[in-house]
Write a protein that binds this ligand. Structure first.
Ligand code: FES
Ligand code: FES
Length: 159
């Protein structure tokens, strides 16, 4: 099996990592960089627990090869909070009771964060659409969606 040396920016920090050809971005984050906030639910692109931002777009990191990420910028759930201050989407999903077992939560937060970055005032349908690839077995989604709505209210007005 071949190995590749990649340079990648993760949560704002430059990293140089040697990865086997078949290592996914998810495994590299968890096993090489100890960023275990990114969860492995299915390893098959079905559950969204491994969602991270790759060059600003939410992706299932279990479906991306780490070797393809040379030069890329990645944000994981660990990168959302500013020092000890939770970002609004983290706080409001907690406040609304959208975290139960928490396994889906990192992926939900990344997908919601990406939605609010591109659409600061989403409708409920737009929130549901943005989260369609993130499965949650605990909450029934309603509390998560309320959390996203609350975070949207905290966004600064456009313009
Ligand atoms: S672990 Fe990647 S989509 Fe489920
Ligand atoms: S809170 Fe348990 S899977 Fe979503």
């Amino acid at each position: 099996m071949g190995f590749h040396k990649i340079n990648i920016t993760v949560n704002g920090g430059a990293e140089e990592v040697v990865v086997p050809s078949n290592m996914t971005l998810m495994r590299m984050l968890r096993e090489s960089l100890a960023l275990t906030g990114t969860k492995n639910g299915c390893s098959a692109g079905e559950c969204g627990a491994c969602t991270v931002l790759l060059n600003g777009e939410p992706v299932n990191s279990c479906m991306v090869l780490a070797a393809e990420c040379d030069g890329a910028e990645v944000v994981t759930v660990e990168g959302l909070a500013d020092e000890k201050q939770l970002t609004p989407i983290q706080q409001t999903v907690i406040n609304e009771g959208g975290v139960q077992c928490g396994f889906c939560t990192p992926g939900i937060l990344i997908s919601s964060y990406a939605l609010l970055e591109r659409n600061p005032n989403p409708s409920e349908d737009e929130i549901r659409e943005a989260l369609v690839g993130n499965l949650c077995r605990c909450t029934g989604y309603t509390r998560i969606i309320e959390g996203v709505k609350e975070a949207a209210k905290m966004q600064p007005p456009a313009g």
